[in-house]
Design a protein around this ligand. Structure first.
Ligand SMILES: [Zn+2]
Length: 134
């Protein structure tokens, strides 16, 4: 059996958003896999800590899926669904990024439970000027 590979398609702050787009993709015959949606659902405050709800598709479906979601921003949005602006340069190309001790955070989460998520090191990073902020 051929091994299937998966590619991260989008991150969403809330699983309710992710589910809307999951439905859109599945209606076009694309299999969608969400990660961390349960933990984000359990407490929306965890969303930033875990880097949002991750949406994966099969690598072979990525281009098609990306096209279908073409109108969905690649970048982070705030609670009102407005694009996050960089406090430094004002650009809207802000992405969520895992810091270098992300792996350690992962183990901290395993050992200390969800509480540790609040202290893990996901940050926002401006893709324009590379400024990082919480
Ligand atoms: Zn910037």
């Amino acid at each position: 059996m051929e091994e299937e590979k998966f590619t991260l398609l989008r991150r969403f702050q809330y699983s309710s958003e992710a589910i809307i787009y999951q439905g859109k993709l599945e209606s076009q015959g694309i299999d969608v896999f969400l990660r961390d949606n349960n933990i984000v659902d359990s407490n929306p405050l965890y969303s930033n800590a875990v880097g949002g709800v991750k949406m994966f598709v099969k690598t072979e479906d990525f281009d098609k899926a990306n096209e279908i979601l073409g109108d969905v921003s690649l970048y982070s949005v705030d609670d009102e669904n407005q694009p996050l602006k960089c406090p430094e340069c004002g650009a809207e190309q802000v992405d969520m990024e895992q810091s270098i001790d992300g792996v350690r955070s992962f183990f901290r989460v395993l050992f200390l439970g969800a509480f540790a998520l609040l202290f893990s090191k996901y940050k926002h990073k401006c893709q324009n000027c590379k400024f990082e902020f919480e």
